[in-house]
Design a protein around this ligand. Sequence first.
Ligand code: ASP
Ligand code: MG
Length: 415
Amino acid sequence: MALIVQKYGGTSVGSTERIKSVARRVARHHRDGHQLIVVPSAMSGETNRLLALAKEISPNPNPRELDVVAATGEQVTIGLLSIALHELGLKAKSYTGGQVRVLTDSAFTKARILKIDEERIRKDLAAGMVVIVAGFQGVDAEGNITTLGRGGSDTSGVALAAALSADECQIYTDVDGVYTTDPRIVPEARRLDRITFEEMLEMASLGSKVLQIRSVEFAGKYKVKLRVLSSFEDPESTSTGTLITYEEDDTMEQAIISGIAFNRDEAKISLMGVEDRPGVAYAILGPIAAANIDVDMIVQNIGASGHTDFSFTVNRGEYQNALDVLAKEKGKGFSAREIIGDNKIGKVSLVGIGMRSHVGIAAKMFRTLADEQINIQMISTSEIKTSVVIDEKYLELAVRVLHRAFELERAPQPA
Ligand code: ASP
Ligand code: MG
C-alpha cells in the first residue's frame, strides 16, 4: 500500500465527463489498496474567465480580492469530484486550502506555502477516505484566502506530498510524459521513462512547459518523487509516464543528452564599441535589472584598442523596453558607437547530465548546425546544458537535425 498524491490539471477536469473519468481512475487506485489525496485544478479556462471578470470591473483589481475570486475555480472541482466518487460508492471528502490549512505568506496572487496541517487528512485517510484538496490556494496567518500563482496547483500537489511524506506525487495532464523534445516539431520525439530534477528544470525553464517550475524546484528540495502521466488514457491504463527523480542510480537511462529545449521568444541587443574598462557591464546591465528585465545570455568580446562589443538576450516582450532603457542611459553610465538589436532570434539547448562526463558534445552540436548552414550567433554552456542563439527561421530545422544527430528517437540501453 502506498500513499499517493494525484494532481489533475485543468483539461483533466474540464467537463463533468472528464471529472467522472478522473473519479474512475482514483477508484481504481483505491481498489488497488492505495491511500489517495487528489488535488484538482479549476476546469480549463475557468481561472482565466474569473480573472477577466475582475478586470471588467477594474483595470487594477485589489490583489486580496482577486484571490478571493480566483480561488473559487478549484472549489467547484473539488466538490464535483467528491460527488463523482460518492457515485462510485467511495468515501471521499473535499477541502479548500483554508479548511486543510495550507498556510501561506500574504503575497496575494503569488503566495508561498509555509506549512500544511496534516492531522485531518491523516485521519480521513485512515478511515478509508479519498481526500480531495483544492489546488492553487491557501490561507495566510490572518485567514485571508491566497493563491499560489498561475499553474500553482502543481506546487500544491508537491507540497502535500512533501508534508505527508507521500510515496509519489503523480501529475496528470494532457500529455503522457516528458518528451525528448516537442513532438509537434519532431514526430519521432520519444517519451522519457526518467529524467533528473536538474534536467527537468533546464527543460522546463527553456520552454518545455509540462510542469510549473516552482513545483519542480520544490520536489527536488524535498525529494518528492514526481511522475507525469496522461489523464486521457483509459482509467485502467498501466502506463507509467515519466518519473522525475533525484537519483542518478544505476538503472537510470545512460543517455548523454536527454532532450532538446527551445525558445522562440527571445531578442538580442548588441552594444558596439563600448569602452573596455571596469564597471561597463554593470553600467549597461544595472539599469536593465532596475527596470525588472530578465537577462538570459551575455557575451562580451575580447577588447581591442580600448573598445569591445557587448551583447545580451532578453525575452522578446521586453525587447523595446530594454532598448528604451539603454537609449536613456547611453552617454551617461557608458558610451557606445551603436546599439543594434534583433528580435527574430531563437534559442536551442541540448540538456543532459551525461555532458558532465562526456567531451565533444558541443563540437558535434556545432558541426550538425554547420552542415545545415545555420549560423550560430551566441553560445552559452553550463554543466548539463549547451545553448545556441540562431535566426528564428532556422529554429525548427535546428531542433530536427540535432534530434537526429544525437539519435534521441532511440531509447538508451540500460547500463
Ligand atoms: N487554476 C490555476 C491556473 O489556471 C492553477 C492551476 O491550474 O494550476 O493557473
Ligand atoms: Mg496547470
